[in-house]
Design a protein. Structure first.
Length: 240
């Protein structure tokens, strides 16, 4: 089976004075997370959509499910973990409960990237099947500056070799279990990105082309931009 895992465990502390996590803020009269779920619900290659949500907001997410997806049996909600990889692990456990087949694929996506396209989802599925693990990226347009201490420049990599990571990140469920179980407690505390875990354990992560429009809503400025994008859709931004 092909599963989508929507990562909604965050509480949106960088969004300022909003009283609810950013994934529940409205754009075009629908919660941001609903716009995300919609893309995976309509994709014919996705068998189940599993949302991992912060336990304190589980009922809120259940209310959204009841309001927008009452007749949709494709959607499942599970309590998320204490961090990103913990939420992925909780979603993986649900995939095993539903299927448990060795060929199962999980397409993970941020709950605050509502402009993901069906094309990106399809290419993630194909790449995960072929390579085992993949990450959606776009070429870096600004020069990337690396600092080991936060005070001085340590390195400036060649821009031609640098990319900005997005989501989806997709992988074999079986492979994720192998990698996750091999991580030490210290590694799990410091490595917050699933693809970084795969890299640390010697797996090559295939690149899938993303889009500048596949933005992550992190700050109030992003929220305003996303509202403008949703209210003024253009073919090049929302191609499927």
């Amino acid at each position: 089976m092909i599963f989508a895992g929507i990562l909604a465990g965050g509480t949106g502390t960088r969004m300022g004075n909003y009283t609810i996590p950013k994934q529940f803020l409205l754009i075009a009269d629908r919660p941001i997370i609903a716009h995300v779920i919609d893309k995976f619900i309509v994709h014919s290659g996705i068998d189940k959509v599993i949302v991992g949500v912060n336990e304190n907001w589980h009922q809120y997410m259940t209310d959204i499910q009841e309001k927008y997806y009452r007749e949709v049996d494709k959607l499942v909600i599970v309590p998320g973990g204490s961090d990103r990889n913990g939420t992925i692990s909780a979603i993986v456990e649900k995939t095993k409960e539903i299927s448990g087949a060795p060929e199962d694929i999980l397409v993970t996506h941020d709950a605050v990237r509502p402009f993901v396209t069906l094309k990106m989802i399809s290419e993630n599925i194909d790449a995960a099947r072929k390579y085992g693990v993949c990450d959606t990226v776009i070429p870096a347009t600004d020069t990337i500056v690396y600092s080991a201490n936060g005070e001085h420049i340590t390195d400036i990599p060649l821009r031609n070799n640098t990319y900005q990571g997005q989501t989806p990140q997709s992988f074999s469920v079986r492979l994720f279990e192998e990698v996750y179980s091999s991580m030490s407690g210290e590694e799990l505390q410091t490595v917050t990105d699933a693809c970084k875990m795969f890299m640390l354990k010697g797996h090559k992560v295939h690149l899938v082309e993303g889009s500048v429009s596949n933005m992550k809503i992190t700050y109030p400025y992003d929220y305003k931009i996303a509202q403008i994008m949703m209210e003024n859709p253009e073919d090049d931004l929302f191609a499927v």
